[in-house]
Design a protein around this ligand. Structure first.
Ligand code: COA
Length: 198
């Protein structure tokens, strides 16, 4: 379980918070002293969950760390906690998203430069809580907050688990092959819809 020495309730005033490069929850209100304290705790949480995610995906180093997030203007980390009276120090999920300008192949193999592509960059639910619907809850919160549609997202090096997840909940299965590490699905490009109807 992702436990911490400090009380996470100062960060999680609600079960899901959004963190951007300032390392503060979007809900944060406070003075400079408080912001230093909270941002250092948030950094610890992000580093820890980032490491757990890397281990779960058998990566040699984490995709998500506080240092990386600090230097990325277009990225957001969603953190989810189990905040209740008895179990108040448990962080259970991390979802990192952002926008990127990418060179992509469309459905007929033509190269296109697409700016500000919505990207799923890292996703982790604590091992002890996987396959209980928490990932879906966190992903849906992100989609609603960002006003994103799954088929319009590029997914950075998805694991088998994530490929299954996207297929099960969002019907994503027809991949448009890419030369880079991103996975795109038919429907990403506007004309895919027209092609599918033929
Ligand atoms: N094997 C195959 N599919 C799996 C799976 C597993 N071990 N774990 C989750 N899934 C997929 C399946 O579609 C599953 O549905 P099913 O149980 O009916 O087969 C569905 O996800 C479950 O949904 P939910 O409970 O909402 O997902 P979750 O809370 O487990 O979160 C992940 C999904 C991928 C974030 C989570 O499994 C995880 O953290 N995995 C390890 C890290 C990882 O692979 N991250 C992806 C980054 S590329």
């Amino acid at each position: 379980m992702a436990n911490f020495k400090f009380d996470i309730r100062s960060i999680f005033t609600q079960p899901v918070v959004k963190i951007s490069s300032n390392m503060l929850p979007h809900t944060f209100r406070g003075d400079r002293r408080m912001s230093l304290d909270i941002s250092s705790k948030v950094s610890e949480i992000i580093d820890h969950l980032g490491e757990l995610s890397a281990v779960a995906q058998k990566l040699t180093k984490p995709v998500t760390s506080a240092q990386k997030l600090r230097s990325s203007e277009n990225q957001t980390v969603y953190l989810m906690a189990d905040v209740n009276e008895y179990d108040s120090n448990v962080v259970i999920g991390l979802l990192k998203i952002g926008t990127k300008n990418l060179y992509l192949f469309d459905s007929i193999g033509q190269t296109r430069k697409v700016d500000k592509v919505p990207c799923i960059l890292d996703f982790y639910i604590h091992d002890s809580r996987q396959r209980t619907g928490i990932g879906k809850k966190l992903f849906d919160i992100m989609l609603s907050e960002e006003s994103w549609i799954p088929v319009k997202c590029a997914v950075d090096r998805p694991s088998e688990k994530l490929l299954n997840f996207l297929k099960k909940y969002y019907g994503l299965e027809n991949i448009i092959p890419q030369a880079n590490k991103f996975v795109l699905y038919k429907g990403f490009f506007d004309e895919d819809g027209a092609a599918n109807r033929d």
